[in-house]
Design a binder for this molecule. Sequence first.
Ligand SMILES: Cc1ncc(C[n+]2csc(CCOP(=O)(O)OP(=O)(O)O)c2C)c(N)n1
Ligand SMILES: [Mg+2]
Length: 184
Amino acid sequence: MHRFEAMQLLMQQVGDEPVVANLGPTTDELWNVVDRPRNFYTYGSMGLCSSVALGMALSTPDKIVSFDGDGSLLMNLGAIATIGREMPRNLVVVVWDNEEWGQTGHQASHTAKGTDLEQVARSCSIPKTATADNEEDLVTVFRQALSEEGPWFIVAKIEETDEEATFAPNEPEMYLHRFRQTYL
Ligand SMILES: Cc1ncc(C[n+]2csc(CCOP(=O)(O)OP(=O)(O)O)c2C)c(N)n1
Ligand SMILES: [Mg+2]
């Protein structure tokens, strides 16, 4: 499974829900799939994607989707513990797990060496978890996550490609402002 095609399928399921995107390729690919006011790109803020999404989930009844990355989440594993502690019923975390820090040179991450992020989530008492390694399973569980209470933690096992998406414009303040406007 490749992130770009999988993301196209997932974004077809999303309505008005905010989508918070991990820095690097996830932000770039989401921007290329569909740029919309309720996309929140995290740019340089490595490790904070699901923490930002958690904050949003605690401050609105809307379903919040986090598109995180294995390497980023691994440097802030406490985010998973805090999600389990706060238990936001409206949060859906999807981790694009390519088993590497792709953006910075494809260094193998812990998930290539045995760390299972779904098991981490389960042991942090997150009630709804899944791992999907193909598009059909991923879309099925994502649809369920959008319609059923969570928090949800879905690991999407993906393979890297050499294709690089066009970079999202480097305009964090503009996109932040645009996002906030949707809640005024
Ligand atoms: C605090 C911090 N350390 C390092 C970086 C450099 N950096 C940017 S993206 C990235 C890798 C992210 O890995 P992952 O979340 O798995 O996403 P992928 O690139 O694999 O899609 C790194 C190390 C950074 N932006 N911030
Ligand atoms: Mg990665």
